[in-house]
Design a protein around this ligand. Structure first.
Ligand SMILES: NC(=O)c1ccc[n+]([C@@H]2O[C@H](COP(=O)([O-])OP(=O)(O)OC[C@H]3O[C@@H](n4cnc5c(N)ncnc54)[C@H](OP(=O)(O)O)[C@@H]3O)[C@@H](O)[C@H]2O)c1
Length: 433
């Protein structure tokens, strides 16, 4: 016996990761349906060693299905999530549509799994914004010890947070800069993202902040406690996957940096990599495909009485979206539905990622299309771009062995040859505007 599970948005960045994570964590799936828009009906997506053919969300009948993991845009969510919920299928939604609805629980299982009982009011559970999810995993155990008053956070958010079109735009712009045959104008992002950073994510609000920044504050209040004040600056950076955050925390009580490090070390879902030497910290490249939220650079802030600084990095497609949604489904199974997984482990510590996610590699490979059907390699050779710079495998195991003293906790990271991202720009002969 297992659950009848729907994944809506199965052709997107988050939807594909949901399918991977359901399979990786052996969620008890009895039957599964992969849905997308009509334009991609019939597209094949992977679910473990099976291939699923996507169906049209618009005509799908949710009656008899247990859980629907939604990873589609807000407008489509507004149209289809109530339909699924009304048919008796519990929706776990990745969009922002229901996050601030008082009748919908907003859940990060390591932090506030208990509020899951509130799902029944609308049959909908909301997943937080990617930047919020990883931050609250780090804040909660520190808040429990020393009560957080205020958080000042600056984010460095990857382009995959803007969906598959965001990844395409970074790749196409990068190619256009190396190979300036034709101009590539920004479409998804408001300015050039390749070799640049953009201090603007989502719409501007009346007070000059952006909605992404507002979301971080509002969601942290809903998930941890309304008394925490958060001020954020959210920045898009030319990284494919992995959001980073520089977090400054002011507490009510003094919290020593060593104690904070130990608290975080013990906390569920967190891996601390914090050595004060070259490379003794995490970067987004190293967190791709991992389940954990990584914390580095923990240090006292001596400019205030009770302050700490830290650096927080996680795979935004995983903890920031798909993994958190699957953890919610696990919690729902264990605590409420109890169908086929009565002893399901809730919030097991995410210290044991099996491998760098093949799915992310697949996403990147799928995103890379070279002109006239040439392979990316042939295209690059033709452009005389130094292969050493562009095609070197990322040395995951050696990097992680150096970074993580307990290498046993990262047992099987495979070397990953990814479609490479240029590390050095050649002289730009043409500028993108
Ligand atoms: N990426 C992140 O880090 C992240 C984190 C947290 C939350 N989220 C949220 O998760 C959702 C999905 O994000 P994403 O990054 O996966 O986006 P994406 O890569 O652009 O994928 C969007 C998916 O939604 C489907 N879709 C779009 N409009 C549809 C419609 N009218 N009917 C049916 N399916 C439709 C697309 O299907 P087609 O292929 O047919 O177009 C595709 O499968 C968004 O609400 C986003 O805000 C994303």
């Amino acid at each position: 016996m297992g659950y009848r599970v729907v994944v809506a948005g199965a052709t997107g960045n988050v939807g594909r990761e949901i399918l991977n994570i359901l399979n990786e964590r052996q969620f008890p799936v009895g039957d599964i349906a992969a849905l997308a828009s009509r334009t991609s009906t019939g597209t094949q997506v992977s679910f473990g060693d099976k291939t699923l053919t996507t169906r049209d969300l618009d005509t799908f009948d949710f009656a008899g299905w247990d859980i629907a993991l939604f990873a589609i845009g807000s407008d489509a969510t507004r149209a289809y999530a109530p339909r699924a919920a009304a048919a008796g299928c519990i929706v776990i939604d990745n969009s922002s549509v229901y996050r601030y609805d008082p009748d919908v629980p907003l859940i990060v299982p390591e932090v506030n799994a208990d509020v899951i009982t509130g799902y029944a009011k609308k049959n909908i559970i909301a997943n937080p914004n990617c930047s919020t999810a990883q931050m609250v995993v780090a804040l909660k155990p520190l808040h429990d010890r020393a009560r957080i008053k205020r958080v000042v956070v600056s984010t460095y958010q990857s382009v995959s947070g803007a969906g598959k079109d965001g990844m395409d735009e970074l790749w196409e712009q990068t190619k256009a800069i190396y190979n300036p045959i034709q101009e590539f104008k920004p479409k998804k992002f408001p300015k050039q993202i390749a070799f640049n950073v953009i201090p603007h994510i989502d719409n501007f609000m009346a007070d000059g902040s952006t909605r992404e920044e507002w979301k971080m504050a509002a969601e942290t209040k809903k998930i941890i406690t309304p008394s925490i004040r958060v001020t954020a600056t959210c920045v898009r950076v030319p990284v494919y996957v992995g959001h980073s955050e520089a977090v400054n925390i002011e507490f009510e009580q003094f919290l020593d940096e060593d104690e904070a490090r130990e608290i975080l070390h013990q906390a569920p879902g967190i891996i601390v990599i914090d050595r004060r030497e070259d490379g003794g910290y995490i970067t987004p490249n190293e967190c791709v495909g991992d389940h954990a939220t990584f914390i580095s650079r923990i240090r006292q802030d001596s400019t205030i009485d009770n302050g700490l600084n830290l650096w927080c990095v996680s795979d935004n497609l995983r903890k920031g979206a798909a993994l958190n949604a699957v953890q919610i489904a696990e919690t729902l199974g264990a605590r409420i539905l109890k169908k086929g997984c009565a002893a399901w482990p809730v919030c097991k510590p995410e210290r044991n990622s099996s491998a760098v996610s093949e799915s992310v590699v697949t996403i990147l490979k799928n995103r890379i299309q070279s002109p006239k059907g040439q392979s990316p390699l042939a295209w690059l050779i033709a452009r005389w771009i130094p292969l050493k710079t562009l095609c070197g495998p990322v040395p995951w195991p050696s990097v992680l062995k150096r970074l993580c003293p307990q290498t046993a906790c990262l047992p099987s990271l495979k070397p990953l040859t990814r479609p490479s991202i240029p590390m050095r720009a050649p002289a730009m002969t043409k500028r993108l505007r």
